[in-house]
Design a protein around this ligand. Sequence first.
Ligand code: NMX
Ligand code: MLT
Length: 436
Amino acid sequence: MWLHDLLEGKIEQQRQRMERLLQKYGDFKLGEFQLRHLLNGMRGLDLLVSDVSYVDPIDGLRIRDLSVEEVLKKLPRTQGNEMPLAGGVYFLGLIGEIPTLDEALKVEEEWRRRSDLPYHVADMLRSMPQDTHPMVMFSQAILALQSRSEFTLQYKNNLRKVDYWRPTLMDSLNLVSKTPAIAAAIYNIKYLKRDLVPPSQTSDWSSNFAYMIHKDWDEQFKELCRLFFIIHSDQGIGNVSGHTAWLVNSALSDIYFSCSAAINGLAGPLHGRANQDTLEWLLGIIHEYGSCPTEEQLEGYIWDTLNSGKIVPGYGHPVLRHTDPRFIAQLEFSQKRFEEDDILRLVKMVYKIAPKVLSEHGKTRNPWPNIDAISGSLLYHCGIKEYDFYTVLFGVGRVIGITINLVWARALFAPLERPQSITLDNLEQRIGQFAE
Ligand code: NMX
Ligand code: MLT
């Protein structure tokens, strides 16, 4: 397969690079960690290695060392579209080079011919109770595809460790190709109560989602899908969903097991669910004041949110210490296209006022907006009003980056992850004090 051929030489180079580092510098001290790191969720510790992407505290996400702005500018797009093809970001992350239009289209073609959703997955989704959370449906649908895992099949047949990445790449292509169809099935079953639409054999991967939810006519939404999936595709491997997948996969559980688990982590309000919570919070403000509030009213509302012990959704970040460039990319997208939208006007007002209030409040280390501070508003403007669905779309994008990382994890023999856990007694003994 052409992607295997392209990847093979690169993997060999990286294996030698890692081997050399380990042999020569295995004892090199990279840093120290303190007791506080054990108790603060390991914030600030460099503990994972992946060349696919990196999150800089100030500049934000870099995929293969390209900033979000560069990714959106340099990746190829088809004629008449401003937003690039998701096939391009897959190629970039996997191979480490900016693809030509032909290469991005070839990835899209690989996906298209694998994009059908098996009957048993659609049947399972239909049979779930109406009040099932869409992220449960998403996670279960991914898990239900596990019976098709190439990795697990070949592993049973004495697959050699040096070759683990090969079927993992097939699993990545197969799963990524089907995530828009899974999301569309959830949307059609749960909200539209309409029949499922088989994937189009002409649309690109991102806009195929629009096609399958009966929105093929909506060019603006299709452009939004392209932007949305690309900017959600990766964010290093330390975030909750990425790291969950990485950990599960380290036990050689295949990509389906790993991504299903990742989606469960993404569903949390401190992670991907923040896009839903933000929209709900913004609608609450509009409901309270009848339309956009004044700046004074908004400031009061934000203080009320904080004083009642709640978080301001979409603000703060475990790594970033400045405005998330993925927020900026979406803001620019909306400014060009629908500046007059009330909710988007409110998003901009919040951006003006919340950082000041959060700084004064003094708790968060980062008072600036993250990707979720605006993403739901764009979907809402484009007619996707069912906000408990938004995190599913986050996940559709994220499966791209996660599975690329897992291909590389297998290629570079990422070991079983198994940190030691210690007791508080251990801790106190080590620092020479005993519990009172
Ligand atoms: N509103 C109110 N309080 C906040 C906020 C916020 N937006 N952000 C952080 N804090 C609080 C945080 O709860 C913590 O309080 P406590 O000591 O009582 O536990 C304190 O500030 C210090 O937190 P940080 O070290 O700044 O942030 P941390 O790394 O722990 O958490 C988030 C990062 C993203 C979980 C946190 O900023 C947050 O809860 N934000 C709102 C939810 C959100 O937008 N999540 C989406 C993140 C992006 N994503 O897509 O996953
Ligand atoms: C993400 O996109 O995964 C979020 O920004 C959370 C993170 O980076 O930890």
